[in-house]
Design a protein around this ligand. Structure first.
Ligand code: SF4
Length: 440
């Protein structure tokens, strides 16, 4: 059982899958290739290898792992499981996995380990509420930490739900879950948090695609965790639409120790937000920042600045938004270099807004290529991506200034930045953040 990348956290997917396989009587070894190397002895020992692929980066790395495994044991059965398992199935020249299990993978993995070929399955039936088994994984101290109030805290990642009720067109979740949400049993989440706390965690990351997809369940879970561990902080991902739809949840989350909320703002162009079917406008995003801060919760927006529809003015407006909402210190600079991914099965395929921009499928990058109608925007993206990579470790504020200058000079605009915090002012001092910026 191996993980390649899970946003810098101890991989929940492997812990969950391990619980299912041990429960079915199988022997399991776990390795996280994000922090360890795959030992030849483990490859020699295994009768089967299951690779967790919950996101695009994980899937690309997993393809390399399969090469390593197959070089040593050409006949060893390999399975991909997780959100990205099926992406690359049709269009990658030869699929390196014998089995593919997307969605609710536990039962499919057990069946596969028992010798039943699940084919290329998307499974959405409810999983048993087993408590993830984490003993086979590296300790929490080897993963990303939360920086908060001048100290670093160990972090454990759990999920109260999987799937999503929404169908944003650029997102891989609806490709598998098609608007469905699967709750994780409350008792299993609580027991997982208990064992993470016992292992030293002082902050919990909720890895749910959206924490308020099942609002009553999530609020119950968070309240129960707070009763058991009153000093624990947590973060969760919540879409703008939900932040505004459930205002009464915000004080509850704050009181239960919410350190920050990640929210996929993506763009401040309403036409791009419509192309992506995000269900919010730029004005809504502004309102969400203000609503969260009214309860002392800081937002860490994620952005998708580079799409086929992005204009240079959109980029200037995005940077103006960040400044006017005092968010410079709340955004990891890598977010400014994110370019739209169009994987196999993407809901954007077939959209009239997307079709004219598409090129060939790139099997090494596991996605459809696309070009911006204005090559200058693609060049600007490449410049920003290079700059962000070269500035790893530099203070985000400084990197922001450099990118901001690049964008404004490309726009040929003399328009000055708005005053910092002109619309909303955030907390003074360091904002809570992880030691490792994440990307999908
Ligand atoms: S972007 Fe978020 S809200 Fe939209 S479909 Fe994906 S997980 Fe759901």
């Amino acid at each position: 059982m191996a993980s390649t990348y899970e946003l810098g956290h101890q991989p929940l997917s492997v812990a969950t899958a391990t619980a299912a396989l041990l429960g079915a009587g199988h022997e399991v070894r776990g390795v996280d290739i994000a922090v360890d190397t795959l030992a030849s002895a483990d490859v020699d020992w295994a009768e089967r290898v299951a690779l967790s692929v919950p996101m695009h980066t994980a899937m690309r790395l997993a393809l390399r792992v399969v090469e390593t495994v197959r070089a040593r044991r050409p006949g060893l059965a390999v399975c991909f499981f997780g959100l990205y398992a099926g992406m690359g199935r049709e269009l990658t020249v030869t699929s390196p996995a014998d089995a593919i299990i997307a969605g609710e993978y536990e039962a499919g993995l057990v069946a596969w380990a028992n010798g039943v070929d699940p084919g290329a399955a998307v499974q959405l039936h409810r999983s048993e509420g087993r408590v993830p088994v984490r003993e086979l994984l590296p300790e929490l101290g080897r993963y990303t930490r939360l920086v908060i109030a001048g100290e670093e805290r160990l972090v454990g990642s759990v999920a109260a739900s999987r799937g999503c009720a929404h169908r944003c067109r650029h997102c891989p979740v609806p490709v598998v879950y098609d608007g469905r949400v699967r709750r994780v049993e409350e008792a299993a989440v609580l027991a997982d948090v208990d064992q993470l706390v016992a292992a030293g965690a002082r902050h919990i990351n909720f890895a749910d695609p959206d924490f308020l997809n099942a609002p009553h369940h999530s609020r119950r879970v968070v309240a129960a965790i707070h009763r058991r561990h009153p000093d624990l902080t947590f973060d969760a991902t919540i879409k703008v639409e939900h932040i505004l739809r459930y205002p009464d949840a915000l004080p509850e989350l704050a009181a239960a120790g919410c350190a920050f909320v990640v929210s996929a703002f993506e763009s401040v162009s309403d036409s791009i937000l419509r192309c992506l079917d995000k269900g919010h406008t730029a004005a809504d995003a502004s309102e969400a920042v203000i609503a969260l801060r009214a309860h002392g919760i800081e937002v860490r927006p994620s952005w998708l600045p580079f799409t086929p529809w992005t204009t240079i003015d959109d980029l200037v407006e995005l940077f103006d938004f960040v400044v006017a909402h005092d968010l410079i210190a709340s955004v990891d600079p890598v977010q400014y270099s994110v370019r739209l991914l169009v994987p196999e099965g993407s809901l954007l395929l077939g959209e009239t807004t997307m079709t004219p921009h598409l090129g060939a499928y790139d099997p090494t990058r596991l996605g459809w290529t696309w070009a911006h109608p204005d090559p200058a925007i693609d060049r600007l993206h490449a410049q920003i991506a290079t700059l962000v990579e070269a500035r790893v470790g530099q203070a985000p504020v400084q990197t922001f200034d450099e990118i901001d200058a690049l964008i404004r000079s490309s726009a040929g605009t003399s328009s000055a930045r708005p005053a910092q915090g002109a619309v909303s002012v955030g907390p003074i001092g360091d904002r809570a953040h992880f030691t490792e910026p994440w990307f999908c």
